[in-house]
Design a protein around this ligand. Structure first.
Ligand code: GDP
Length: 466
């Protein structure tokens, strides 16, 4: 998860609030708000923004703190929780809606930014993102400044199976951009991404070139690509670019591993420009859609069902049969071990494990269970091993709810394990403990399925999305 450190600190502050027997001004002001303020400052959020957040939270919780009704302790905690959540959302919310590409028409997107910020990589990631959503996508490489820029686009676009346009001989970026966009419009491409030159510094030459390309291709949306590591300096950079190339949205890259990302996000929000995506790694799939509300919910460990639904819908487009089976199991709130295995394989094919599990409420524990403090890769290896264990189960066992492996008392409460566990362990070369872990992981997911299934569950919403 991005900003894991900040998330951990915020969570720890909030759980201290939950544990506090009495919630008074001292607990909130000296404890909770102080910790939250420190955590935000450490993530490089601007001092003024943090001070405003503190003031707003204080004002919102004041009436609740003044009430002396002890019976309302829980309610009081909820009000404080809500105030903090809402003010954090406010901190990263520019209050402006970005442009949304529309099907059946050309949508020209132009990417600008300093060299090395991840512009070229992000252009391909964007193309992949929209391609997965059924748009016909392509990239125009109008970067004639950096040697090898066209080769880089060619390589990554080829890898992503995205059409591209560029030239080894033409030196005028404006001409390339115009030609490329015209060609792709004629060929009825729907998302046409124009990658422009970067520079090491904000130079007048670069800004002039950006303006000319903008005039030539008339983009529906210009995106500024910003590196998260600059933290709150993002505000100055974003303002400088805004003065010359009026852009409609921002993508903050390299959010993976940059503790200062919180500063960048809040600084950008202060310039009233929406962030639409976060770059979270070097791979083509490492692009997270950004929206203030789900981002904060996820940061506070509340999950991001909306984000998960999007992932699942992407997957459904690629394999409708698999989706049908999954939907049925979830709808009924019943998950066999076979379904669990399929789910886990799905989850692994969606991208980094931590990214997916952090979107499911209560599932972040899965990661910890699998890898402890380990890396995504270790968790994947561990999960693969658990999946292999199910290969030693019989069809009846796979289709069961796992109770076949349990000795039950007369109330059908598990009191031990049956011989089947030993057989599966032997067959798969695993330990009894590992087989138990498979069963435990299955039970955890089955519980999530129960929460999501039914008439008002997530799957109904998923169906609604087509
Ligand atoms: P450009 O000069 O702005 O076009 O930047 P590039 O697209 O060539 O990227 C510069 C470097 O940053 C490359 O090594 C990329 O792999 C890397 N990069 C881009 N986006 C991300 C990201 O979100 N996370 C990480 N870790 N690296 C990234």
């Amino acid at each position: 998860m991005v900003l894991a450190d900040l998330g951990r600190k915020l969570n720890s502050a909030l759980s201290q609030l939950n544990r506090a027997p009495v919630v008074d001004e001292k607990v909130v002001l000296d404890g909770l708000l102080k910790e939250i303020t420190n955590a935000l400052l450490e993530a490089d959020v601007n001092v003024k923004l943090v001070a405003t957040l503190r003031k707003q939270v204080k004002a919102k919780v004041k009436p609740a703190l003044e009430s002396t009704d002890k019976a309302k302790e829980v309610q009081r905690k909820n009000i404080i929780h809500r105030a903090i959540h809402d003010e954090l959302v406010h901190l990263v919310d520019p209050g402006v809606e970005p442009y949304k590409p529309k099907k059946g028409q050309p949508n020209v997107i132009m990417a600008v930014g300093l060299q090395g910020n991840g512009k070229t990589t992000t252009c391909t990631k964007l193309a992949v993102h929209y391609q997965k959503r059924g748009f016909k996508c392509c990239i125009v490489c109008a970067d004639t400044f950096r040697a090898g820029a066209f080769d880089q686009t060619r390589q990554s676009a080829t890898k992503a199976k995205v059409h591209f346009y560029g030239s080894y001989t033409e030196t005028d970026p404006v001409a390339i951009a115009a030609e490329g966009v015209a060609k792709f419009k004629k060929e009825r491409f729907e998302v046409i991404i124009v990658d422009t030159s970067g520079r090491h510094r904000q130079e007048s030459e670069l800004f002039e070139e950006m303006k000319q390309i903008q005039a030539a291709v008339k983009p529906d949306m210009t995106i500024l690509v910003l590196d998260a590591s600059i933290g709150q300096a993002a505000e100055a950079q974003s303002r400088a670019f805004k003065e010359s190339a009026d852009f409609g949205a921002i993508i903050v890259t390299k959010m993976d591993g940059h503790a200062k990302g919180g500063g960048a996000i809040s600084a950008v929000a202060a310039t009233k420009t929406p962030i639409i995506f976060l770059g979270v790694g070097e791979h083509l799939g490492d692009l997270d859609r950004f929206a203030p509300q789900p981002f904060i919910s996820q940061l506070l460990g509340m999950g991001d069902i909306q984000g998960l639904m999007e992932h699942m819908t992407d997957l459904a487009r690629q394999n409708p049969d698999r989706q049908k089976e999954m939907t049925k199991a979830f709808e009924e709130g019943k998950l066999s071990i076979r379904d669990w295995r399929e789910q886990m394989q799905n989850i692994m094919s969606m991208g980094p494990l931590s990214k997916i599990t952090s979107k499911i409420p209560g599932m972040a524990g899965l990661m910890e269970g699998l890898a402890g403090e380990g890396t995504d890769e270790e968790a994947s290896t561990r999960l693969k091993r658990l999946i292999c264990i199910t290969d030693s189960m019989t069809p009846a066992e796979l289709d069961s709810d796992g109770m076949l492996f349990m000795k039950l008392d007369k109330d059908r409460k598990p009191i031990g394990l049956t011989k089947r566990v030993r057989r599966v362990a032997k067959g798969s070369g695993a330990s009894i403990r590992e087989v138990e872990e498979v069963l435990m992981q299955h039970r955890m997911m089955a519980n999530v399925a129960k929460q999501m299934g039914g008439k008002n569950g997530m799957l109904q919403a998923l169906k609604g999305m087509g």
